[in-house]
Design a binder for this molecule. Structure first.
Ligand code: C2E
Ligand code: MG
Ligand code: MG
Length: 564
């Protein structure tokens, strides 16, 4: 073998220096590396080196990637080397090296060395880019917003670097954003979300962090000083969407807020998320601009909710759920004309009200199983009363809107009633109003079907939420249940106004041929209001709370209350 000349020795030295720089990440220093790369490229007589990075093959096909022209020192006339690698994770890496026309071509040894060079370069490049890709894929959502994992990471870092003293965490949901999307279009919706995000990010400031956790949900952590401003923003932030005509929308949110206490102990991200998540869920059930503060107490409540879910199966099987009956009364005569079956869970000697378990069960279709259980038990009670020769009244059962997903709902209801041999006239189904077009169609089908077979239907909670007169007019309901919030004398209302409203709703129900009953009647004064306004029926604590079945049977036997 011929001895290497000095030129070649120099070349080799530079070459290995460069490889060394590239393969060991500890040595990595971009400037030094570039310097070295340039040196070597010149020794290879190259004029240009281009490396490309694509996250996927599809992106490569569309030319959507990063093209890095690391070295560019002359005309790139001849391509002397081209490499393309596809990694297991789908990433595509490419590199090309060029020379000017008329330059001495690479010899065999040079070509080998250049190949090693390029491969090492790609290796390094992919490592760096991969980190960025992982960042993009893991810590950003598809629209580029930092996401929940980014929030988690921030919490972990904050725990190490500064702790949470003087910090507040928040999870919030924009109100009625689907309406904005519907009315202004999705592009405008996106624009509004983006603007909102930037505005809130400014409030959160450098010492805080804001992420989007999907759709119109956001999580933030920030110093307590910013809390007032954040609350204000939740109550309503005007966002300009049409500069020319100065059109604005108010974007408000409901939020769960956790003012992190001084004795807070960070075990993991859950220590914070477990506080703001249930608080936000609770806030969502309220009207817009609602802020719910998380506390130890709310955490206990959440734990009890989890317990409900865990024990639901057992509770069904062991019959921990019971139908309580609240009488419905004719206000003029005091006679019991019906009853509503309300669910109670008797557990550990405590009577658990539905507010503590229905919201959990409504998060999936467990609620439907409970409703059928209730219907079955109500039917059994009615059958027993009939068999005992008692004077039986019509009993209403609440059905969650979740049932509307079941296309054979009517058949399923009838099956339970038939199995217990209960005449349909003793059953009434209470349903709340619905908001979406799809639900409306299903609701209509159900209400019509029930009417056809002779099962009575009631609009529950009329007057709260999205009451729509169309819904009342177009569906063939039997009963309208006026919510207690519309009853004059509830809360600090404008008495005259609510008297007027109540009067007209009762009159409307009557004109439409609907039976009208008011819920939540608590005082004799309120009974008078009903009488004066021609609302014939009442249900409420004034007469009785929901009663255990034995007590209700006593009432049934008595037949009613003193009309005075
Ligand atoms: P709802 O159907 O509107 O039932 C009426 C609620 O008002 C009952 O609350 C009842 O106890 C309460 N109430 C009755 N009279 C008065 C009164 O004079 N003053 C006040 N302040 N409240 C009164 P409850 O039993 O806690 O039930 C709450 C809600 O839970 C029900 O509202 C219903 O939506 C739901 N629910 C109860 N049982 C079932 C069930 O078996 N299935 C389904 N899907 N929902 C149920
Ligand atoms: Mg009801
Ligand atoms: Mg109601």
């Amino acid at each position: 073998m011929e001895p290497l000349d000095q030129k070649q020795l120099d070349f080799n030295e530079e070459f290995y220096k460069m490889i060394d720089l590239m393969v060991s990440p500890d040595n990595y220093n971009r400037e030094r590396m570039m310097e070295q790369l340039f040196k070597v490229a010149r020794m290879f007589r190259l004029t240009k080196v281009v490396s490309e990075f694509y996250r996927t093959v599809a992106m490569e096909a569309k030319g959507q990637g990063e093209v890095l022209s690391d070295f560019d020192e002359g005309p790139a006339d001849v391509r002397v080397l081209y490499r393309r690698y596809q990694l297991d994770n789908g990433v595509v890496l490419k590199a090309s090296a060029y020379m000017a026309e008329g330059t001495r071509p690479l010899d065999e040894d040079e070509e080998k060395k250049l190949d090693i060079c390029i491969r090492s370069m790609l290796n390094l490049l992919s490592r760096k880019r991969m980190q960025a890709t992982i960042e993009m894929l893991g810590y950003r959502d598809q629209d580029g917003y930092p996401n929940f994992p980014a929030f988690f990471r921030y919490l972990d870092e904050q725990n190490i670097t500064g702790g949470f003293k003087g910090y507040t965490a928040m999870l919030y949901n924009l109100r009625q954003f689907s309406l904005i999307n519907r009315d202004l279009g999705h592009d405008m919706g996106d624009h509004i979300i983006r603007t909102h995000f930037e505005m809130i990010k400014a409030v959160v400031g450098d010492r805080g962090f804001l992420v989007r956790v999907g759709g119109d949900n956001f999580a933030a952590i920030f110093p307590n000083e910013q809390l007032d401003k954040m609350i204000k923003a939740m109550e309503g932030l005007p966002i300009v969407y049409d500069k020319e005509n100065n059109r604005r929308v108010m974007v408000s949110a409901c939020a769960g807020v956790y003012i992190i206490p001084p004795d807070f102990e960070y075990r993991n991200q859950g220590s914070i998320v477990d506080m703001i998540y249930p608080a936000c869920q609770t806030a969502k059930l309220e009207k817009e601009g609602t802020i719910v503060y998380a506390s130890k107490k709310s955490l206990e409540k959440k734990e009890s909710l989890l317990r409900v879910r865990r024990h639901f199966e057992e509770a069904l099987e062991k019959e921990y759920f019971h139908a309580f009956y609240q009488p419905k009364v004719d206000v003029k005569t005091g006679k019991i004309i019906g009853a509503e079956a309300l669910c109670r869970c008797i557990y550990d000697g405590r009577i658990v009200p539905p507010a503590e378990f229905i919201p959990v069960l409504e998060q999936n279709t467990d609620i439907c199983r409970l409703d059928f259980y209730m219907l079955d038990h109500v039917c059994k009670d009615i059958r027993r009363w009939l068999d005992a020769g008692m004077n039986v009244v019509r009993v209403s059962v609440n059905l969650s809107r979740k049932h509307l997903l079941d296309v054979d709902l009517l058949e399923h209801l009838m099956k339970v009633i038939d199995k217990n041999k209960v005449p349909y006239k003793y059953i009434e189904i209470e349903l709340t109003e619905t908001t979406t077009e799809v639900e409306y169609k299903k609701l209509r089908r159900l209400v019509e079907g029930l009417r056809e077979v002779g099962i009575s239907t009631a609009v529950d909670d009329f007057g709260v939420g999205y009451s729509s007169l169309n819904l009342i007019r177009e569906l063939s309901w039997n009963v309208l249940k006026i919510d207690r919030s519309l009853l004059p004398g509830v809360g600090n209302d404008n008495r005259k106004m609510s008297n007027l409203m109540f009067h007209h709703i009762a009159a409307m129900a009557k004109d439409m041929g609907l039976e009208c009953i008011t819920e939540g009647v608590e005082t004799a004064d309120q009974v008078e209001v009903l009488k004066k306004n021609d609302c014939p029926y009442a249900q409420g604590f004034f007469y009785d709370k929901p009663l255990p079945v034995e007590e209700f049977e006593e009432r049934l036997k008595k037949g009613g209350y003193d009309p005075a």
